[in-house]
Write a protein that binds this ligand. Sequence first.
Ligand SMILES: [Zn+2]
Length: 331
Amino acid sequence: MKYSYSIGIDLGGTNTELGLVRSDGHIVARRNLSTKDYTDFPTFVDDMVKAIAELIASAGIEGLSSMDDLQGIGIGAPNADPTRGCMVEPPNLTQFKGVSNFVEEFKRCGVTVPVAVDNDANAAALGEMVYGGAKEMKHFILITLGTGVGSGIVVDGQLVHGSTGTAGELGHNILIPDGRLCTCGRKGCLETYTSARGIVTTYIEVRNEMGAPADAKEHPGWITAETTDAEIHSITVGIAANAGDPLALETFRRVGHWLGIACANAVTFSAPECIFLMGGPTKVGEPLLKPLRESFDEHLLNIYQGSCRIEMSKLNANEVAILGAAALTNQ
Ligand SMILES: [Zn+2]
């Protein structure tokens, strides 16, 4: 079997991870750069190029002796503009001011292979298509739950970018008019109800309504009345739900209900075969998935009934960012 190789780069506010990825989705080797140590973008790209050269040299693969032998370099970055190959004023990387153009900087460093840039949710969606559960699919949506709620929409085998390059922000669809205040400055976005923070906010609301169970201390994993609001994280609520804590179960019932409505709405504009879910809060499993699927079926327009299923991402959580970035070189 003859493989091709790509570089996938996951650019984060603290760390940047680079991986040499084989065409079957095996990550051959990884390198790490400390993003926060860089003050200017050209030096950062210089060091990424050096790291890529080291990855290739250390792998010692026949037919892969230099960067020219790569299929391409893909970068998952915040505030990415895929049409220009850059990122623009990324919020957690304030040291890189204005427009940081990857395509031009890699070219300056002598890189001749294609360089592709996109945001992390879009990259993850492509990763699912190239290496994960959407290999045979041409129409699907991937939703990532985490600090925010991101999404990548694939139609006819292509990521949807729209006129601005930023299409597919399902997390900022308004789900509840005049609802919770969102980081975007508007009210009632899906993100405020189904992100990790949204889950915690919902748990606190549920506890204020129902009160913590008096016998919580007798049940390992349950959240007690003594646990302060500040001590509650989405992971704690997930553990409690799987231990049978009624307030945590009610929390995920509500979160699943809201996410089911959002998924049903999403189906009406791109008719996907599947909606994939990924991210920390989805690891809770059935306490979220059961009410989500029920709500999805309840709210789905009748002409779509049975045409779209909801699945967990088939990619490994600690590989998805690099695989997704590498998959960008396939578009
Ligand atoms: Zn918003």
